[in-house]
Ligand binder design. Sequence first.
Ligand code: HEM
Ligand code: HEM
Length: 205
Amino acid sequence: MGTGEKLYLYPVWLRIWHGINALCIIALIISGISLHYSGRTFFLLDFQSAITVHNIAGFVLSISYFLFFFGNLFTKNGKYYRVKIKGLDKRLLKQINYYVFGMFKGEESPFPVSEKRKFNPLQKYAYIFIMYVFMPLLIITGFALFFPEIIIEQIFQISGIMFTAVLHGIIGFFVFVFLLVHLYVASMGKSPGENYKSIITGWHS
Ligand code: HEM
Ligand code: HEM
């Protein structure tokens, strides 16, 4: 347990990226759902506004993704994202066990936050998947929908655009689910608001 000492874990560039990213994702989810149901009666946003919001937020999010990508490539924040397979299953199980049982029995976290380890194993691999698999796929399929002339016409008998739109929608849905879990897990700090403060001030206490 870090006995009261404060750690500076979220550098400025990371906090800027995270803020822009969070706002864009919320706008994309709202406008994306509106686009999906646009055939029906008025829902959240009308079609034209949904398109505009979705295109702008998608563009800003794509640019901001590079801030995250190069930030992690060129600063020491990247070290928290290194994959280490050996013993991974044991570490994941330990953390799951804590979330399901230990936490409610008042046990100490098996992987307390430190300068060396910012994330617990579950958190780390969730972030790796979302940031290095799902976000790139979301951005690539989003760009393909923006420039549909680059999409191949037919994939296994179905229209390439249809295929891309469905894939894009499914990935968008996963990101939505990630966000809900992310918000819940982020509330499990020392007090429910503690981690939310950290991602704004940079300091973990
Ligand atoms: C969590 C984030 C996102 C969600 C939930 C989402 C969801 C959706 C949905 C449901 C559609 C309608 C597809 C259909 O059913 O035909 C759509 C279309 C589209 N999406 Fe996304 N999307 C997200 C992120 C992005 C990003 C990052 C980009 C750009 C890089 C993007 C670009 C587009 C484009 C260009 C379209 C076609 C309609 C248009 O021109 O605006 N989306 N999206
Ligand atoms: C309203 C929206 C959001 C809120 C309130 C929020 C909150 C937080 C908080 C409190 C942290 C610090 C605790 C931790 O490291 O787990 C954090 C970190 C993080 N969040 Fe979010 N988040 C939001 C949206 C998102 C979205 C949409 C994504 C990705 C698609 C995301 C990805 C991340 C990542 C990768 C980190 C770790 C950054 C690092 O330290 O390297 N967040 N978030």
